[in-house]
Structures are given as C-alpha cells and as structure tokens.
Design a protein around this ligand. Structure first.
Ligand SMILES: Cc1cc2nc3c(=O)[nH]c(=O)nc-3n(C[C@H](O)[C@H](O)[C@H](O)COP(=O)(O)OP(=O)(O)OC[C@H]3O[C@@H](n4cnc5c(N)ncnc54)[C@H](O)[C@@H]3O)c2cc1C
Length: 374
C-alpha cells in the first residue's frame, strides 16, 4: 500500500486552497488530493452567489468573522496577482422601512466590531444617487464587498497545486477511513470501480457535504461532538432581460434570524445579470432542482425593494446546498477547523460546516490548516 505524507479529501475551493498552500509550504512532503467527481468544484463551490463578503454579520471572535475579514483581503490580493476576474462592486444592506432601521444599526455596530472599517450609513437621498431604482429608507454601504469568478479561482488553485508537485486524482471516491496509531488508511474507489487503499500521516477532510461521514467512518460519534451536517438548500431566480441593468450593486435586506441565511438578496453576476437568492430550507436529499413554485416567494421578497420588477421577469436559475452544522431551530454555529488531537486523532484535520462565507474565507482557511501541519 502506498504511503504518502498528506492526503486531502475534496476538490472544492477549500480543498484546492489547502492543496495549493501546503504544496508551497512543504515541498518535501508528498501530497495527494482525492476527488470523487471528474473535475473540481462540482458541488457547493460552483453553486453559490460568488460574493466576496466583507465579514459584517458574524459574531465577533468567531472564525466566520475573522476568516471572512482576513479572507476578503487575501482573495482580492490573489485575484490581482493571478488575474482572476472579479469586481469590487459594493453592497447595500437596506432598511425597507422605519422598523428595519434598528436592525441596520446593530449590523453596522457588528461589522465595525469585526474590523470592517469602511462601512457607511446612507440616507434615502444618498441611496437614490447610487441606486435610483431601489426603494429603501436607509442603507449600509459596504464598499469592499465584491464578486468573483469562482471557477477561475479554483482553476488557478488547481494549477498552483499541480505546479508545486501535488497529485490531484479525480474520479476517486473515498469510501472509508481507518486509523492505526497516528496513521490514516484511506480506502477509495478508483476510476475503474475497484477499491484501493493509501495511507498517510496527515488527513485533511475538506469533503463539504460529506465531511461528517468521513468523520463518522473513523468511529467518531458526530452527534456527540456536533459535527452532523444538516443540508440546507438555497435556490436562485434570475432576471434575464434588460432590467438587470437597473441595479449595479449587491442589495441585501437584513439577514434571517440566527443567521440561517442572509435573506433573499440581489446579486450581480460578472456578466451583469441580476440574480435573486438564495432562500433557505433544510432538505433530506441532495438534489439541485429549482422549484418553479417558489417564484412567487422570490417575487414577493424582491418586490419589497425593487418595485420595477414584474413576476414574469424572474426565471429559475440554479441551487446550492449549505453544509450546515446548525440543526433546524438551533442558534448560530461557527466553522469547524480542527486538528483533532483532543479527540485522540493526531494528524486528522477536519473542516466541517464550511458554509458561507467559505468561498471568501478559503485562502484564510488554508492558512489555518498550514499552521497545524508539521
Ligand atoms: C447557496 C449558497 C450560497 C453561497 N454563497 C456564498 C458567497 O456568496 N460567498 C461565500 O464566501 N460563500 C458562499 N457560500 C459558501 C461557499 O460556497 C462554501 O463555503 C464553499 O464552496 C465550500 O467549499 P468546500 O470546498 O468546503 O466544499 P465543496 O465545494 O462542497 O467541496 C467538497 C468536495 O469534496 C468532494 N467529496 C465529498 N465527499 C467525497 C468523497 N467521499 N471522496 C472524494 N471526494 C469527496 C465533493 O465532490 C466536493 O468536490 C454559499 C453556499 C451556498 C450553498
């Protein structure tokens, strides 16, 4: 059985960022990344809003807050360095009426506490100057929020990892993981359907929606340690006609309770399309259809701040699934990024519950992992 130093499971944006970073830092270590699909980013990393968040909402001191603020800067720098298409278009968090203004004030305070230093409060006239077609009484302007081509980001991370000596094996599905001492024995299905094994000293679990199953296959009780994933779907509807050009920034209402989601907001794609979503509902099965019957829910939400829309302007677009560890009705949960020494698994690094802002935080998450590996 082949022995390597580092094995990463999952070629989403996080696994790729980790592979790129570790292969740069540890040139003497052998590194393999196993991915079940035929190419990178076939799950959550290609089914999201592609927003570079600034880190406003999350509780101060949480990894989500810290890594988002840090990840935002790292990502912009990376985009500049590697010419990844992106735009710092800015975002407005709006109060649609007087009753939402206190929510804005607490969001502003939270953002500033988190170190987002460029936030501004706008009144109705200032909003009208920036976004004449939006109906809002007040807003927070977040200039450092932007959008990114996540495919090009992953393509570059993949290239960097390969260039630095990592091996990326697509069509390799990890079926089981065992541990013996501080070594990990990983059984995977190869592209011809046969089971094979490899063993490693460092096992880095970046398996997204499957990351809890990887943990349980080691005999760890995921309910006891709070690692179970409760998939939470988010659908998008988009505007395909010229009305897309009536808005130029990202427009968000105040977020949902316990940060279950950020509310049905309006994002722009790099090609200028206006897109609404995601909504948020827990699901049992992982499928990505958009339920056309939800169009009315989207229209009702969007119409509260974009009165120029008609129901017929909205078309089903795509859906993604959040790998939440926050069970229905539970309070906020943070990212889990843990070297599992305390659970008796030296060399096992789990990244579980990497929902939004995981794309923004990807490079910062990779930094943390780098700090664990030696
Ligand atoms: C609707 C929605 C909107 C979002 N919007 C934003 C946003 O605007 N900004 C932002 O910062 N974040 C956003 N996010 C969050 C962001 O998309 C995720 O945090 C990020 O993509 C997670 O990346 P990942 O690599 O951890 O997971 P994934 O992309 O899911 O990658 C995991 C990989 O592991 C592989 N895998 C799983 N099991 C196995 C196995 N057994 N063997 C081999 N491979 C395996 C999968 O095939 C997959 O490729 C959003 C998420 C959703 C769902």
């Amino acid at each position: 059985m082949e022995k390597i130093d580092v094995l990463i499971i999952g070629a989403g944006v996080v696994g790729l960022a980790v592979a790129a970073e570790l292969s740069k830092q540890f040139k003497d270590k052998s590194l393999v990344l196993l991915e079940q699909h035929s190419k990178f980013g076939q799950e959550t990393s290609s089914r999201n809003s592609e927003v570079i968040h600034s880190g406003i909402y999350y509780p101060t001191g949480s990894l989500k807050a810290k890594l988002c603020v840090e990840g935002n800067q790292r990502l912009y720098q990376f985009c500049r360095e590697w010419e990844i298409p992106h735009k710092r278009i800015g975002k407005l968090i709006i109060a649609r009426n007087e009753t939402e203004i206190p929510a804005l004030e607490s969001i502003l305070a939270q953002g500033r506490k988190n170190g987002v230093s460029d936030l501004e409060i706008l009144d109705r006239d200032q909003i009208t100057k920036l976004e004449p077609n939006i109906r809002a009484d007040a807003a927070i302007l977040s200039p450092s929020t932007g959008i990114i081509d996540s495919h090009k980001l992953m393509l570059r991370l993949e290239w960097l990892a390969l260039e630095r000596g990592a091996i990326i094996a697509y069509n390799h599905e990890v079926m089981k993981v065992d541990s013996k001492g501080n070594e990990y024995y990983v059984t995977y299905r190869n592209p011809t359907g046969q089971l094979e094994s490899i063993h490693c000293s460092w096992l880095i679990n970046c398996a997204g929606l499957n990351s809890d199953r990887i943990v349980s296959s080691l005999g760890i009780n995921i309910d006891e340690i709070g690692y179970r994933i409760y998939p939470c779907k988010g659908e998008y509807f988009s505007v395909t006609n010229t009305k897309s050009s009536l808005v130029s920034r990202l427009i968000y209402p105040p977020p949902l309770k316990e940060l279950k989601g950020l509310g049905i907001h309006a994002t722009k794609t790099l090609d200028g399309r206006l897109r609404f979503g995601p909504n948020a509902f827990y699901v049992e099965t992982l499928e990505y259809n958009v339920n056309e019957n939800h169009a009315q829910e989207f229209y009702n939400a969007a119409n509260t701040y974009m009165p120029f829309l008609n129901p017929s302007d909205l078309h089903p677009d795509m859906a993604g699934i959040r790998p939440k560890i926050q069970a229905p009705g539970d309070p906020f949960r943070d990212f889990i990024v843990c070297h599992e020494v305390e659970h008796g698994f030296e060399g096992l690094i789990n990244l579980v519950g990497i929902e939004s802002p995981g794309l923004t935080s990807s490079l910062a998450l990779a930094e943390i992992v780098k700090g664990y590996v030696h």
